[in-house]
Design a protein. Structure first.
Ligand code: HQG
Length: 192
């Protein structure tokens, strides 16, 4: 029976597949992204079907539309798709550097505290450090890694000091690195 839970599970599975292809390992699936991170929808569907992920245009449109974090974007003509953020492969998202809000948040795990305090935030395997506009979102990002720790980043002060900030199409902020002296650390005891 096609229950809502099954349908949602399938959408999550497809979303994870898309993240893998569009952010990290296109070559693993026999496809390549262009300079700006786009891939032809037809090539993507063929790659999905090769590895047993059932995917068609209608399903793809649904995943793009219903993605809670707006992870993916279809081109205006619907022929191409890319990830809005999160890439480890080098792509040019074509985002313009803009003035960030005074404060942005970064969710991480308590076990990274000492290292971040010493070295600041680095993008690890991704192209950018990812920052959230609100604390709730940062908390859920942090939970992916363990006991969450939310960091406050003085984004505007960084910007004034010459650091570039980009706002992805999903509202997540991107920057190349965050030196430790722009970060305040706190352990949230509540989620509000
Ligand atoms: C940590 C998800 C030690 C950093 C999320 C993070 C996001 C350091 C981890 C997006 C460090 C990297 C990206 C240092 C940074 N020492 N640890 N100096 N500098 N770190 O997954 O930001 O759901 O690559 O704090 O929501 O967690 O997939 O980055 O814990 O928006 O769409 O190194 O991915 O979106 O982890 O996540 P990640 P992230 P999706």
């Amino acid at each position: 029976m096609r229950t809502r839970a099954n349908r949602d599970k399938n959408l999550v599975k497809i979303s994870k597949f898309l993240s893998l292809v569009l952010r990290h390992k296109p070559e693993h699936f026999g496809v390549s992204l262009d300079h700006n991170g786009w891939i032809n929808v037809d090539a993507l569907l063929a790659a999905a079907n090769r590895v047993g992920v059932t995917l068609n245009k209608v399903l793809l449109q649904r995943v793009v539309k219903e993605s809670d974090k707006q992870r993916f974007a279809l081109s205006d003509d619907g022929l191409r798709i890319r990830a809005n953020y999160g890439q480890s492969v080098a792509v040019d998202l074509g985002l313009e550097a803009v003035t960030p809000p005074e404060i942005l948040f970064h969710g991480t795990a308590t076990r990274f505290f000492e290292s971040i305090k010493k070295e600041g935030l680095s993008p690890a395997r991704r192209q950018y450090v990812h920052l959230s506009p609100d604390k709730h979102m940062a908390m859920s990002v942090g939970k992916r890694h363990g006991k969450p720790l939310v960091l406050t980043v003085e984004a505007l002060r960084m910007h004034e000091g010459g650091f570039k900030f980009f706002r992805s199409h999903s509202g997540i902020w991107l920057t190349e690195r965050v030196p430790a002296h722009f970060i305040s650390f706190f352990l949230p005891d509540r989620t509000d």
